[in-house]
Design a protein around this ligand. Structure first.
Ligand code: HSE
Length: 438
């Protein structure tokens, strides 16, 4: 019999959970008008059910017992907003076993344990949606799976972490150093008390692993994703980047070509004239390149209560429509039919090519440039431009080079040799440069 009311159970009543409650309460009529069914928030489980979140709930909605939600036969959709691996994975798997459809904002879980969840969902014939996991309110996952699904994607590039983008923007616009910018992000609530996952690039890596899998129809082994955060970025490099017409962003890069994929996260210089370079502060953006569409840039709020709750509710309503129209399973969870998903090889970092910014710290003496350029030349690395500002330091001088496209393995070997020269005072700073926006 066709259901006229669907019941939702929420696991996790934190910031995003509170946002979801607000959407349910403010837009109940809209939800019905757009889906044709009553979608009712029936239960919420959290260990803390006493803190005032500024929302009023009917008696009996709150529980400390997640099992009571997961196994409740009246619940149709379970929304997981706990985050992390444990116990979120166990809860999701048990909910699936109990025939519940799943909505989650949990990028770490989907990037690392997605395959297990997808296989369980496919056995149980339930839907799993996770649009809120990447880009907060930006509808990038739906765009890849639905609107743009006629395209083969060659690249997906993203600024996917608001904390890092805020810090880099502060450093660029105000000359702050990393520690100052991080402290300000924490004061404003843009960075966690323990910001490790954000500033070390792990959060961004989870997100680009998911986007690459969705774009390229392949499984991505998260442990193989090259991940470098922003903790090594200094005001000196930001300043040189500005002088050379670039901005430094923590860029997530997914590329497909020649039978392999590249998935990597690292600080990247991009020309100031590119739209991605203008994505500042806590905002996120994703640039997709499709063979028919060409490039498209999606931009918006990548985190926060309202934007993420908007994405979560979009998924709840999509599943509501599928249930009410008998179309559960209509859209494959990762955007490709499960039996069409392949394991494309992940290109090792040594084989990628890029342009490179290299900052050498050298003695101010004769023949320095000749020694450096000789070694670069021996490794097939061609110099595109160079800056050597007058130095006021008694014993060292920076030399900044931008290379033409080179192979990472050649750069690594050349820097290994250069850094052993007795004219070199500190390990050379390397930042990859992205020009490859087709
Ligand atoms: N810490 C993340 C960010 C939150 O700063 O973007 C959203 O994943």
């Amino acid at each position: 019999m066709q259901k006229t009311q669907l019941n939702v159970g929420l696991l996790g009543f934190g910031t995003i959970g509170t946002g979801v409650v607000k959407v349910f309460q403010k837009n109940a009529d809209l939800i019905r008008q757009r889906t044709g069914v009553e979608i009712h928030l029936a239960r919420i489980a959290d260990l803390d059910i006493t803190t005032d979140r500024g929302v009023t709930l009917p008696e009996g909605v709150l529980t400390t017992d997640a099992d009571a939600v997961i196994t409740d036969p009246n619940i149709d959709i379970v929304v997981e907003l706990i985050g992390g691996y444990k116990p979120a994975l166990q809860f999701i798997l048990k909910a699936i076993e109990n025939g519940k459809h799943i909505v989650t904002a949990n990028k770490a879980l989907m990037a690392v344990h997605g395959q297990e969840i997808i296989e369980a969902a496919s056995r149980a014939k339930v839907d799993v949606m996770f649009d809120a996991a990447v880009g907060g309110g930006i509808p990038v996952i739906s765009a890849i799976k639905e609107n743009l699904c006629a395209n083969r994607f060659s690249t997906v590039l993203g600024i996917l972490n608001g904390t890092c983008n805020f810090i880099l923007t502060k450093m660029t616009n105000e000359g702050s150093d990393f520690a100052q910018a991080l402290a300000e992000a924490q004061q404003l609530g843009y960075a966690e008390a323990d910001p490790t996952f954000d500033i070390e690039g792990v959060d961004t890596a989870h997100k680009i692993a998911l986007l690459s899998a969705l774009c390229f129809g392949t499984r991505i082994d998260f442990d193989q994703v090259y991940t470098e955060g922003i903790t090594g970025i200094t005001a000196v490099d930001i300043d040189f980047a500005t002088q050379m017409g670039y901005k430094i962003k923590l860029l997530a890069i997914g590329k497909q070509g020649n039978g392999a994929v590249e998935v990597r996260v690292h600080p990247t210089m991009i020309p100031k004239s590119y739209q991605l370079a203008e994505v500042d502060g806590v905002f996120n953006a994703v640039r997709l390149s499709g063979d028919f569409l060409g490039p498209v840039l999606l931009y918006g709020s990548g985190a926060g209560m309202a934007a993420t709750a908007s994405a979560v509710m979009g998924d709840v309503m999509a599943i509501g429509r599928s249930i009410s129209s008998g179309a559960v399973g209509r859209t494959p969870i990762m955007g490709y039919c499960q039996d069409q998903v392949v394991d494309l090889p992940l290109r090792p970092m040594s084989e990628i090519t890029s342009h490179y910014y290299l900052r050498f710290t050298t003695l101010d003496t004769t023949g320095v440039l000749a020694q450096i350029s000789t070694i670069l030349g021996q490794h097939d690395i061609s110099i595109q431009s160079m800056i050597q500002p007058e130095s006021h330091a008694a014993d060292s001088v920076p030399i900044v080079l931008m290379t033409h496209e080179a192979k990472e393995a050649d750069i690594t070997e050349a820097l290994h040799e250069i850094d052993q020269l007795n004219i070199i005072q500190q390990p050379t700073c390397l930042i990859r440069v992205e020009h490859d926006l087709d």
